[in-house]
Design a protein around this ligand. Structure first.
Ligand code: SAM
Length: 443
């Protein structure tokens, strides 16, 4: 078990309840909801925290190619036991790896996937943001990340629904404390494991910051969860079918889905080639004009500013602006950028999330920065495709970077060139802050 997970204490309860009504409803509902979004087989699926393998094996039966990642040896043993009961053809489509979500690069074979699953795992991990960041990088353009997470709403509602008034008040106290301390709400779950609840809006915003747009979300387990007991499912097949159909309808309908014990989010990455909506040149920049872009596509470029550019100021301010525009006074890139009359703002019409990306390294000097720019220029990545805006600011050893990127994929592509350069000169960029761009007004 990984040191950062709280699942271990709940493992016996989890394994012991696999054939009880809660898990039966949960797995069937998640299956039905996923099926509405999955591509035709064979898709590439990464199931992170795959546990006993219920979803991995089901997807392999449908013809998908599954890489399942599971750090807990007992859970892997349960998975292997289930897999060995499958026909060779199905088992052959599943690769089970020992790894944690915090350690995915090797386990995921450095690949990207059409569908990435994180089902019932997030609540056992200390924070959602780094996990979403890690998994977003594994989702192929046009693919999706499915996350089943415990929400604050359900953590508050469950004890009240069971008429356990003391527990309900204690949950509200914890909710208040968590808000006052600006942290996530904690609780102990049904299988006795300490767990963490996510705020649905905050989780969605974090995902958007990594280029994953909320396509839809479902509630999972609404009506069957009111009692303390977790009995076997109804033995009458018609009753069970009706129960599952009712849960499915509740899980897709407001306000009932809000009360689901899990929220199942479908977070979609934009396909390659989709374009900016955030920066709608026609609406925000009436002076812009369409021109022929790469590969004959129509794009919009902004006219050069009518007023003098700061770069032309003659004095200290002018030099400073020269550095701002060209990243190093007198450098080749300054001269090249100074000659470039128009700046691309983004294409019009389709939907894609532009990202603001802020780096605040522990230490970066002007000399280091200029060296990075020179090496990027030399590698042909001085003006990377998909970067809409770049600035370096600060003084002394505290230079920082703020960029705007058309998409996470464009930024990731640039990282392939940038990261070895940073490694080479021994500069640790730290973890960037990534948020969706709300607006951009040049000038
Ligand atoms: C409640 S089970 C869910 C299993 C499966 N995803 C499902 O929905 O049936 C939670 C799983 O998350 C796994 N897990 C916990 N911490 C993890 C981590 N850091 N990385 C990957 N998986 C983790 C646990 O070992 C466990 O198998």
């Amino acid at each position: 078990m990984t040191a950062d997970s709280t699942f271990g204490g709940g493992r016996p309860g989890w394994l012991g309840g696999l054939d009880h009504v809660r898990n039966v409803v949960r797995q069937e509902l998640i299956s039905r909801q996923l099926d509405q979004h999955l591509p035709q087989p064979p898709a590439r699926v990464l199931d992170v925290g795959a546990g006993q393998g219920t979803q991995s094996i089901r997807l392999a039966r449908l013809g998908h190619q599954v890489v399942a990642v599971e750090p807990d040896p007992e859970m892997r043993a349960a998975f292997q036991a289930a897999l060995s009961a499958e026909p060779a053809e199905v088992a052959g489509r599943v690769t089970l790896r020992d790894a944690s979500v915090t350690d995915l690069a090797a386990a995921a074979f450095g690949e990207i996937y059409d569908t990435v699953l994180l089902l019932g795992v997030l609540m056992y991990l200390p924070a959602s943001r780094p996990v979403i960041a890690e998994l977003a990088a594994r989702v192929a353009p046009g693919g999706f990340l499915a996350v089943a997470a415990r929400t604050v709403t359900s953590a508050l509602w469950r004890p009240a629904a069971r008429q356990d008034w003391q527990a309900a008040l204690a949950a509200f106290d914890e909710y208040d404390r968590a808000r006052a301390e600006a942290r996530d709400m904690r609780y102990v779950n049904e299988i006795g494991a300490p767990a963490r609840a996510d705020d649905l809006g905050a989780l969605t915003a974090v995902a958007a910051g990594y280029g994953l747009r909320l396509e839809t979300w479902y509630g999972v387990r609404i009506a069957v969860d009111q009692g303390e007991l977790d009995p076997p499912p109804p033995s009458d097949p018609r009753e069970l079918a009706a129960l599952l159909d009712v849960e499915e309808r509740l899980g897709a309908t407001d306000p009932y889905r809000q009360l689901g014990q899990l929220a199942h989010l479908i977070l979609r990455k934009a396909p390659v080639g989709r374009r900016l909506q955030t920066i709608d040149a026609e609406r925000r920049f009436p002076e812009s004009r369409p021109v022929r872009g790469p590969m004959g596509r129509t794009v919009r470029w902004r006219r050069p500013p009518a007023r003098p550019c700061l770069r032309s100021f003659p004095d200290r301010l002018g030099r400073m602006c020269g550095r701002l525009a060209g990243f190093g006074s007198g450098s080749r890139s300054t001269a090249r950028r100074a000659r470039r009359p128009h700046r691309r703002l983004g294409e019009v019409g389709e939907e894609l999330m532009a990202l603001g990306i802020y780096f605040s390294p522990a230490s970066m000097t002007a000399a280091q920065y200029d060296e990075i720019i020179a090496r990027l220029d030399a590698a042909g990545a001085g003006q990377p495709r998909g970067r809409l805006y770049h600035t370096c600011f600060g003084t002394g050893t505290e230079l920082q970077i703020f960029d705007i990127w058309e998409s996470q994929e464009a930024f990731d592509r640039f990282g392939v060139t940038l990261l070895p350069i940073l490694g080479d000169i021994g500069l640790d960029p730290g973890r960037p802050t990534v948020e969706p761009v709300h607006n951009l007004i040049p000038g």
